[in-house]
Ligand binder design. Structure first.
Ligand SMILES: Cc1cc2nc3c(=O)[nH]c(=O)nc-3n(C[C@H](O)[C@H](O)[C@H](O)COP(=O)(O)OP(=O)(O)OC[C@H]3O[C@@H](n4cnc5c(N)ncnc54)[C@H](O)[C@@H]3O)c2cc1C
Ligand SMILES: *[C@@H]1O[C@H](CO)[C@@H](O)[C@H](O)[C@H]1NC(C)=O
Ligand SMILES: *[C@@H]1O[C@H](CO)[C@@H](O)[C@H](O)[C@H]1NC(C)=O
Ligand SMILES: *[C@@H]1O[C@H](CO)[C@@H](O)[C@H](O)[C@H]1NC(C)=O
Ligand SMILES: *[C@@H]1O[C@H](CO)[C@@H](O)[C@H](O)[C@H]1NC(C)=O
Ligand SMILES: *[C@@H]1O[C@H](CO)[C@@H](O)[C@H](O)[C@H]1NC(C)=O
Length: 522
């Protein structure tokens, strides 16, 4: 038997505690083999490689299956870095933890991101509005082509420049995409072996086959709007231009209204996923090799700085090409090369309440928009490419000193910073990330199942790359794995055994409620 009933003996009160670990009384279980002999075998183990959004949520989904069905597996999470969160992590100005931290990687999610939204509720984490308000500008490298706030006059400015049709049409494309996206959280969620099948079933093939510029252009959105407004969004979110990035990610870049971040850092979501999962987490542990235990078995060996461990299944939750992991060549050859955008993030503090107006050819007395976005459209017409992708003020770190974040393709020098912030630069912190995949229009995606018992969460990234979608991809991967190896799943109930009447599942919403989230409420 693969499932045991220890869960059913839990006292009822446990049902209402979210942070609980399923107590497994024994590390070994008695199983009947095919000819009815009872054998003592080790509890099956699953390895997860990577403790970012994808890996931490994978551990959490497995724990949900353990909680619901008494599925008997143990999970080990390997993480190269000394922290949980991967591309979601914070740093403190001046390395002083009394000051408010700044996100160094992923900073925002929205209400339609129901896994993260729900997780922040369940884990009592506080969501803050991301934007502090103020003006947003669009810089083309030589001139400030637009500067808007949220007053009525600014709406008039936008309508004057672009007319009403382009903004409305864009909004309706994005709304349609978000509406469809919400299907991921319903009982009718697609389940997929191949991402191209998912694109078809979601009705998103035209999105991923077309560049953002083509698709939006084909829908009647004007070139000016695409290359000034839509492109400002694709550049700040993905460091890519509207004529290069596919339209699904282009639309996702625009679906950021009501953006939120977790107070103190988004990484806490992922720390909590792990803490609630009961998985063992090995930080500072680099996986170097994944090998098949033998030609005939479907078991895996994971080699890391801790030594070798055997597993029934392995979930790879990091972009394969950046992990340095050696895989059997029959497997590594089926995963295509995947270039990532190499992004420079520069965080700094300044006592200057505004960036240098002269840099933007504004009068000395002017205040530069606090959120400066950019477009490639000047360069497209023979002008100068902006020296950064985006530059934004992020509130006061203390009285009279502000935190600023700059994304750029190249390193930003100290001299440049001194000029931009009028000689009033305090602390500076630089980080280079392989931030997100290059996302050109495409018809093919990396495989999700690399071999029996070996799954790849980050195959999803060239489709959409966000924290939330990594938790959706991991849910799909965990379901595939559980059904293949354990005849189980996160949600679908197996025929209940008589004792399972007081099964400790916390039902907080039913499928018809708007708050229903599959995986959480199933
Ligand atoms: C600057 C920046 C801004 C972003 N902004 C947003 C945003 O606002 N909103 C949003 O939703 N997304 C944003 N993203 C994208 C988002 O960060 C990613 O899509 C998401 O965090 C990816 O999660 P993941 O778990 O799949 O991968 P990762 O977070 O990369 O996690 C993979 C983990 O695997 C570990 N690892 C790698 N190799 C090994 C090995 N050999 N052994 C052991 N461990 C290994 C890594 O150390 C890492 O911790 C941003 C990204 C960046 C860089
Ligand atoms: C850290 O910041 C706090 C708040 O501004 C300040 O009181 C404290 O002196 C700082 N610590 C160090 C070591 O600079
Ligand atoms: C969250 O807060 C509520 C109310 O304060 C409390 O009942 C609950 O146990 C907390 N949950 C967690 C996970 O800390
Ligand atoms: C691109 O999008 C348009 C709609 O804007 C659609 O008609 C066309 O078929 C799409 N192209 C591809 C290759 O999917
Ligand atoms: C999660 O658990 C680790 C180790 O037990 C602990 O250090 C960390 O503070 C916990 N994180 C949260 C957010 O509770
Ligand atoms: C899988 O589980 C279902 C019940 O959910 C059961 O009917 C079926 O026989 C099981 N299959 C195997 C191979 O154990």
């Amino acid at each position: 038997m693969r499932y045991h009933a220890s869960l059913l003996l839990l006292p009822g009160t446990l049902a209402f505690q979210l942070p609980f670990k399923v107590p497994f009384f024994n590390k070994q279980v008695i199983r009947a083999n095919a000819i009815g002999e009872h054998l003592v075998v080790d509890t099956p183990r699953i390895a997860i490689i990577g403790a970012g959004a994808g890996g931490s949520s994978a551990a959490f989904w497995i724990s949900k299956a353990k909680e619901r069905f008494g599925l008997d597996v143990e999970v080990d999470v390997y993480e190269r870095e000394a922290y949980v969160g991967g591309r979601s992590t914070v740093v403190y100005p001046y390395d002083n933890s009394s000051l408010p931290p700044l996100e160094l990687g992923a900073s925002i999610f929205v209400e339609a991101n129901k896994n993260l939204w729900r997780a922040s509720d369940e884990f009592n984490l506080t969501r803050n509005a991301f934007e502090e308000g103020g003006e947003t500008g669009v810089w083309d490298g030589e001139k400030l082509i637009l500067s808007i706030g949220d007053g009525w006059w600014d709406t008039v400015k936008v309508l004057w420049r672009y007319g009403i049709f382009s903004p409305r049409r864009t909004q309706s494309i994005v709304d349609g995409m978000v509406k469809q996206f919400l299907k991921f959280y319903t009982k009718e969620t697609p389940k997929w072996d191949k991402i191209s099948d998912l694109a078809t079933s979601m009705g998103w093939s035209n999105f991923v086959h077309n560049s953002t510029a083509n698709y939006f252009g084909g829908q009647g959105v004007s070139e000016a709007y695409i290359y000034e407004i839509v492109e400002a969004a694709t550049r700040v979110n993905y460091g890519q231009n509207a004529d290069r990035i596919h339209a699904l990610e282009g639309a996702a870049s625009l679906a950021t209204s009501g953006a939120r971040g977790i107070q103190g850092g988004n990484f806490q979501l992922f720390e909590q996923f792990l803490n609630h999962s009961g998985a063992k987490v090995f930080l500072g542990t680099t996986v170097t090799d994944i090998t098949q235990k033998s030609k005939t078995s479907h078991h895996w060996t994971v080699e890391s700085s801790r030594g070798s461990m055997a597993y029934s299944a392995v979930i790879l939750a990091a972009p394969l090409r950046t992990t340095g992991i050696n895989l059997p060549s029959k497997i590594s050859t089926i995963v295509p090369e995947q270039p990532y955008v190499h992004l420079h993030v520069t965080l700094l503090t300044t006592t200057s309440p505004t960036a240098n107006p002269a840099y933007f050819s504004l009068p000395t007395s002017a205040t530069v928009p606090r959120m400066m976005l950019t477009t490639h459209n000047g360069a497209r017409q023979g002008g100068k490419e902006p020296e950064f992708n985006s530059m934004s003020y992020h509130g006061q770190i203390r009285e009279g000193e502000w935190g600023v974040k700059i994304f750029s393709k190249e390193r930003i020098s100290n001299e440049w910073l001194e000029d931009m912030f009028l000689g009033k630069v305090g602390w500076v912190y630089r980080k280079e990330w392989d931030a997100y995949p290059l996302l050109p229009p495409t018809t093919s995606f990396p495989p999700i199942k690399l071999d029996r018992g070996l799954y790849y969460v980050n195959a999803f990234e060239p489709f959409i790359s966000t924290m939330e979608t990594e938790t959706i991809s991991s849910r799909n991967v965990v379901d595939l794995l559980l059904s293949e190896e354990f005849n189980a799943s996160i949600c679908d109930s197996r025929t209940p055994t008589p004792e399972s009447a007081d099964d400790p599942i916390v039902h907080t919403a039913t499928p018809n409620d708007k708050d229903f989230v599959i995986g959480w409420d199933c």
